[in-house]
Design a protein around this ligand. Structure first.
Ligand SMILES: *Cc1c(COP(=O)(O)O)cnc(C)c1O
Length: 355
């Protein structure tokens, strides 16, 4: 039986994407070799990475003057690459969760870090809105979706300085006005591909402005110049990313994907708000469409393990909340079918009836 996969990352991928990846592992393009055993410099793989870049640009309507890169090291390496390449004197960060905090910590090795606002004291249950971005900052860094705490920023803000965003867990879930950003990055293992590849969308003109020496592999310009092929890129994850991008295009692109994500999130949040046993943890106006966090109401706290057991019996996986929030987290990424959300809602209703 296929499971309902609510894992937070690595996470669910579209079934046809997994099947096409499996085919390419067995015999890539009918050439008698596995994609695992071909050169990244072969014509056939060049076509894959070119198509992945082209589809990324098409789906997100990325303007001219931006490069799309596929790198190694995960989003966590970007926490260091961003300041390495962009921080000359001071950078501003919005502290909205564990990942935002890690990004900001890393930047401190490169210059002054201004934390413009933080919701840490409230265990990151909301996104601070009342803050001022220093005009003299080299950039302002946001985490658009807080994977662990289930809050999300879906407005592409007007920013007086270069805007940098970690979009690891909400990339390609909605249309994005890329022109508002200088750099967007993320690990691909939430919404795009298996672990092992990192996407970076960077506006070329923001680079080359810091005075420090940047090691070759950590310099974005190296990877722009060599089309993400300075060294051997993660070939298989890039192949899967290309298939996911094809799938996104086939279902109608970003507007359609956003509508499906709204429908899924709405279904689950409506049930959380209706059901006597459960309560959401994130402030309503900041609720994420990608990671939906909820707990048992205090008077039903002892039922938590029983509810998890019921969902497990019904083929649902990955619903246990992150230890810093507790309760439950349903990750409802692009590839999660609405049927999986319906199954969860049904389990919540049945559980309410039984208690
Ligand atoms: C998962 C995640 C990361 C960490 O990604 P890695 O690729 O494992 O380094 C960073 N930021 C956000 C928002 C995430 O969800």
């Amino acid at each position: 039986m296929k499971k309902h996969n609510f894992n937070a990352g690595p996470s669910v991928l579209p079934r046809p994407v997994i099947e096409k990846t499996a085919d390419a592992v067995l015999d890539f393009n009918g050439g008698g070799l596995s994609i695992l055993e071909i050169s990244h410099r072969s014509k056939d793989f060049q076509a894959v990475i070119d198509e992945a870049v082209a589809l990324f640009k098409e789906l997100l309507e990325i303007p001219d003057g931006y490069s799309v890169l596929f790198l190694g090291g995960g989003a966590s390496l970007q926490f260091c690459m961003v300041p390495y390449n962009l921080l000359e004197t001071r950078a501003a960060y919005l502290n909205t969760g564990t990942w935002a905090n890690k990004a900001q910590k890393e930047a401190k090795a490169f210059g002054e870090v201004v934390e413009v606002a933080s919701s840490k004291e409230a265990n990151y249950t909301f996104v601070p809105k009342d803050y001022t971005i220093p005009q003299d900052a080299d950039y302002f860094h946001l985490t658009t979706n807080n994977t662990i705490f289930g809050t999300e920023i879906r407005t592409d803000i007007d920013c007086p300085v270069t805007l940098v965003a970690d979009m690891s867990s909400d990339i390609l879930s909605r249309p994005v006005d890329v022109s508002k950003y200088g750099l967007i990055y993320g690990g691909a293992q939430k919404n795009l591909a298996p672990a092992g590849v990192t996407f970076v969308i960077v506006k070329d003109e923001i680079l080359g402005k810091v005075s420090r020496h940047i090691p070759t592999m950590l310099d974005y310009r190296t990877h722009i110049k060599d089309g993400s092929m300075f060294n051997t890129p993660p070939v298989l994850p890039i192949y899967t990313a290309m298939e996911t991008l094809r799938w996104l295009k086939s279902i109608g692109g970003m507007k359609q994907m956003e509508q499906l994500n709204i429908a899924k999130a709405q279904l689950l949040y409506d049930e959380i708000d209706r059901n006597r046993l459960f309560v959401g943890t994130a402030k309503v106006e900041d609720r994420s469409r990608m990671n939906i966090c909820f707990v048992m109401k205090p008077e039903y706290a002892e039922l938590e393990a029983d509810f998890l057991k019921l969902t497990t019996e019904r083929g649902m996986v990955g619903l246990k909340g992150h230890r810093s929030v507790g309760g439950f987290r349903a990750s409802t990424y692009n590839a999660l079918p609405i049927e999986s959300v319906q199954a969860l809602v049904e389990a919540m209703r049945d559980f309410e009836k039984a208690h």
